[in-house]
Design a protein around this ligand. Structure first.
Ligand SMILES: [Zn+2]
Length: 393
């Protein structure tokens, strides 16, 4: 492009020179007066200077054009990045941002949209950022065929915040609200569970209870599944998907009320229906803690290596014996976050502690600071730096 413009400039200069009136008179006049010759020479100098300036202008504009052309190929400047994020959101997701969005906000939103499942059929939407606190950080209104979305300023990831494990989890959950139409689009909810966490929620597929009839299980409410998404999202991305954890089912718990359990050998978590009922005895945080606890059993079974388990058992003063659980501890009850963690074994101690780490971190920190540090440094921080689960710990 630039070479073409240079050639064009030279041709243009020649053209101007060829129509130069002095050149014509040069041919007519046989003898030129000396003052005319010197005048012509100075004209030639001026002319060359003007052509040089013209060339500079053209080259300058060609640089600009070539910079502009690279907009979508290799964005480098802030302005180009702004265009890249805004345009991609418009083109790929029909998301239009108003003037409240900075370059950084747009890039953060785009990053989250890019983690959504493929093939979502999204309506046109116009997005506004507000300083107000909104439930789940987002408010979605419909107007004709347009969706008006307001999003809270305070759910954007903050640089250098203490939230290092999954800094954009709140923004992620807000976008999940949007793409699932406030948690009502069941097929999109199940698609997210499947693609992001590798989870199916259909009891009939699990084979978890060959001796029981499927009637002992009930279908999840959409709200239950949205809750599972928000709980799983708390874990570092490398721990979102544990290949051996394939199913989560909801059991009707007329017996063993409130009992939820993990079955690592069968790839499933069974959640008691009563822990999911919002008017029941379990508050939302307790339910979150139970879901986290059950998932932690899969980490113990498939992700943690022997050294990590050994070090954890040592920290809890655990030793094998002939008691019912096969384990006892030399430590006091006060060194455990719950009575259950204290009476069972290192695996339950870990599951309880991870549940508290996410849901009631202050309680874990105050009873068992060393356990808090162990989980934070040797598990969560490590996995926040990895992309896929491994046995490298
Ligand atoms: Zn357990």
């Amino acid at each position: 492009m630039r070479i073409f413009l240079i050639v064009l400039a030279i041709q243009l200069a020649r053209l101007i020179k060829s129509i130069n009136p002095f050149r014509i008179s040069e041919g007519i006049l046989k003898k030129k007066p000396s003052h005319f010759v010197s005048g012509c020479a100075s004209f030639n100098f001026l002319f060359s200077f003007a052509a040089f300036l013209l060339l500079l202008i053209i080259l300058q504009s060609s640089c600009y054009v070539s910079g502009y052309n690279t907009l979508n190929k290799n964005p480098t400047s802030q302005r180009e990045k702004k265009y890249a994020a805004h345009l991609t959101l418009e083109e790929k997701y029909s998301v239009y941002l108003d003037a409240t969005w900075t370059t950084k906000d747009a890039a953060a939103l785009l990053k989250v949209f890019e983690t959504m499942p493929f093939g979502l059929n999204l309506q046109f939407s116009r997005w506004h950022i507000s300083d107000d606190d909104l439930e789940n950080g987002i408010k979605i209104e419909s107007k004709d065929k347009l969706k008006l979305v307001t999003i809270s300023r305070n759910i954007f990831p903050v640089e250098a915040s203490e939230e290092v494990l999954s800094p954009d989890k709140h923004l992620y959950y807000a976008v999940v609200q949007f793409v699932t139409e406030n948690g009502t689009n069941r097929s999109v909810i199940e698609l997210i569970l499947q693609t992001r966490y590798g989870i199916s929620v259909h009891a009939s597929l699990t084979g978890v209870a060959p001796n029981r009839t499927p009637e002992r299980y009930s279908a999840f409410e959409n709200d239950d599944l949205m809750l599972i998404i928000s709980v799983f999202e708390e874990f570092p991305p490398a721990l979102h998907k544990i290949p051996q954890l394939k199913y989560i089912v909801r059991r009707i718990d007329t017996e063993e009320r409130g009992m939820s359990y993990a079955r690592p050998g069968r790839g499933s978590i069974v959640l008691a229906e009563s822990i999911l009922m919002r008017h029941g005895p379990y508050n939302l945080n307790d339910t979150r803690k139970i879901i986290t606890h059950e998932k932690a059993h899969f980490l113990w079974a498939y992700v943690f290596n022997d050294q990590l388990k050994l070090d954890w058992a040592k920290l809890g003063g655990w030793f094998r014996d002939s008691s019912e659980s096969g384990w006892s501890t030399t430590k006091e009850r006060s060194a455990f976050v719950t009575a259950y963690a204290y009476t069972e074994n290192p695996n339950e101690d870990m599951a309880e502690s991870i549940g508290y780490y996410f849901v009631y971190p202050d309680q874990l920190r105050s009873c068992c600071p060393e356990k808090y540090e162990f989980i934070h440094n040797r598990i969560m921080l490590l996995y926040s730096k990895l992309h896929t689960p491994s046995n490298l710990m």
